[in-house]
Design a protein around this ligand. Structure first.
Ligand SMILES: CC(C)(COP(=O)(O)OP(=O)(O)OC[C@H]1O[C@@H](n2cnc3c(N)ncnc32)[C@H](O)[C@@H]1OP(=O)(O)O)[C@@H](O)C(=O)NCCC(=O)NCCS
Length: 149
């Protein structure tokens, strides 16, 4: 990996990567998430030599599972297949964590795909509750990280 950079991007720029990695074979409409266009939503793009190879978005969404006041949700975390397993997802995840911490988050939570649970555990996220099925996508776990102070 010669020249890896993270930049903020628009939700429209995330769509090709979301589509390829997270919604393969599904209609393009399924790649748009509610709240994508809100000003408080932030989209990060991971670039290798100016080519977009990964995306992650942060939504200011509250989960009923948690009582914390300032909650952020991670969504649409994806690295193109050719680039997976090279710790690049971790670079994106660390940027997302840094962003919510800078914005005084109490908690960062998300619905993790079963296959990505270990990836998130490596970054000290914990599982909340029991696994559940998201229709057409598969088994997920709620995962979270609390921040103090
Ligand atoms: C999940 C995802 C974002 C992680 O990004 P990534 O760049 O592949 O992440 P990493 O390279 O840091 O880690 C992936 C795995 O490779 C392993 N790995 C990474 N570098 C390694 C190395 N040098 N030697 C051995 N194993 C290594 C990690 O331990 C990790 O394994 P684990 O999942 O069993 O813990 C990415 O794989 C992806 O987009 N997957 C498909 C979509 C998806 O599931 N998104 C998450 C939705 S919740």
């Amino acid at each position: 990996m010669s020249n890896i950079k993270i930049k903020k991007i628009s939700h429209l720029e995330t769509i090709p990567v979301r589509s390829e990695v997270l919604r393969k074979g599904k209609p393009i409409e399924s790649c748009y998430f509610e709240g994508d266009e809100l000003e408080e939503t932030v989209h990060f793009g991971l670039f290798n030599d100016e080519i977009l190879i990964g995306v992650a978005s942060i939504f200011k969404t509250k989960s009923n599972h948690f009582s914390e006041e300032k909650q952020y949700q991670l969504r649409g975390m994806a690295v193109l297949e050719d680039y997976q397993g090279k710790r690049l997802g971790g670079v994106l995840l660390e940027e997302a964590i840094r962003f919510v911490q800078q914005n005084q988050a109490d908690i960062l939570w998300f619905n993790a795909r079963e296959n990505a649970v270990n990836f998130y555990k490596n970054y000290n996220f914990r599982i909340f509750g029991k696994p559940f099925d998201i229709n057409g996508i598969g088994i997920h776990y709620v995962m979270y990280m609390n921040f103090v102070g």
